[in-house]
Design a protein around this ligand. Structure first.
Ligand code: FNR
Length: 371
């Protein structure tokens, strides 16, 4: 279908399923084990209902906001997904360029197909980019990545903590991995296994010994960049993150690609925000601490539910790389425009003129915990 016929983010997935290479589709679409968490990420949104407010003069709505003080046209960012060239020959720079057109933030993956510098060079002046970081056993190498990112103007570092070993994604494992240059480089040629799926091939890059006591050193190396833990999955670790001086967390289960039966990030928001408050965080007097979620977000209504429950912004993964794989930069740009149109309409319909007005009383969460 032509791009004009694409009406929602779901449509990109349907086209991607039909047109992508098997290898690419299997890597992008797979979740861990029985994919229960992957489906639950999305399904949890269906158990939260709005409590819309009426008669609020919604002739003008503004859904722009900021993340760590950096402006974004809407409360979403393009999250990190590895191996962009499995979907499109130009790879992740398609995401960079579309993010520029729409003033949203892109999180650059450590294991991208394009080089880090290519993605920074493709950005427009002043465009905000974050970096997702896998910590390598060779910490000198990791610190080099961090200081290079700081030099190139990256504003925040998202340390992935839910992947001490990559999950078992059987769909992906059935495709013999023929090798992508940057994955091989990232993994180091010696321990690069060609006979496994794409995910397995890159997992040797990641250090499973990473622990809370390493955070101080990483935070120092970040030289003023914000440092966020990506992949927190319970309130205890959310509190620990704040206690360890982190600037925020992403409630995430890696899009259901790691531990199957890890809970939906949306369902974690109420317990996480209340535990943080009880421990003295999230108040006007405490150091700023931002909460993000990702996983299963396909509509602006999904995002609004997470915002109402206390998220600053929401990461979107697969829909962006399906849009990239099917229509390149233009596709990603269209995906972002669809979200903007959905925000514009749905903010009016729930009776919120600004993101600040999207408050907890606008959602009914009674059914959320009855999954
Ligand atoms: C990911 N994700 C991910 N996360 C990360 O920290 N480092 C990485 O290299 C990757 N790579 C990656 C590849 C692919 C193909 C997918 C689908 C996901 C996880 C990603 O950042 C995010 O947590 C999920 O994608 C969010 O779920 P949705 O939006 O894909 O449902």
């Amino acid at each position: 279908p032509s791009l004009e016929e694409i009406l929602s983010l779901h449509d990109f997935e349907a086209v991607a399923r039909r047109t992508m290479s098997r290898r690419g589709w299997n890597y992008y679409s797979s979740g861990a084990d029985d994919e229960i968490t992957m489906r639950e990420n999305h399904n949890a949104f269906h158990r939260v209902w709005f409590r819309p407010r009426v008669l609020r003069d919604v002739s003008k709505v503004d859904y722009s906001t900021s993340i760590f003080g950096f402006k974004t046209s809407m409360p979403i960012y393009i999250t990190a997904t590895a191996l962009g060239k499995l979907g499109h020959p130009e790879g992740e720079v398609c995401l960079t360029k579309a993010a520029a057109e729409h003033d949203v933030i892109q999180m650059i993956p450590t294991l991208a197909s394009c080089s880090f510098d290519e993605m920074v060079d493709a950005a427009k002046p002043g465009q905000v980019q974050f970096l997702q970081l896998y910590v390598n056993a060779d910490r000198t190498r990791t610190k080099k990545i961090i200081s290079h990112a700081a030099e190139r103007g990256v504003k925040a570092l998202f340390i992935t903590v839910d992947a001490p070993q990559l999950g078992r994604r059987e769909k992906d494992m059935r495709t013999k991995f023929e090798g992508t240059a940057s994955a091989q480089q990232a993994a180091g040629k010696d321990n690069f296994r060609r006979d496994q799926g794409a995910a397995r091939a890159i997992s040797s890059f990641i250090d499973p010994s990473l622990s809370w006591k390493d955070l101080k050193e990483l935070k120092e190396a970040a030289k003023g960049m914000k440092v966020v833990l990506k992949g927190v999955q319970c309130w205890e670790d959310a509190v620990l993150a704040a206690q360890h001086g982190m600037d925020g967390i992403v409630l995430s289960n890696h899009g259901g690609r790691q531990l199957d039966f890890s809970p939906s990030p949306l369902a974690l928001l109420p317990s996480v925000t209340s535990a943080l408050r009880q421990n003295g965080y999230l108040s006007p007097h405490s150091p700023p601490f931002e909460i993000f979620v990702d996983g299963g977000v396909r509509r602006a209504t999904d995002v609004l539910k997470a915002i109402a429950l206390g998220a600053t912004a929401v990461g979107i993964g697969r829909p962006m790389i399906y849009a990239m794989s099917t229509y390149g930069t233009e596709g990603v740009s269209k995906a972002l425009q669809i979200l903007k149109d959905e925000f514009d309409m749905n903010m009016r319909l729930i009776g919120a003129r600004t993101i600040e007005e999207v408050v907890p009383s606008m959602v009914e969460t009674g059914a959320l915990f009855q999954g």
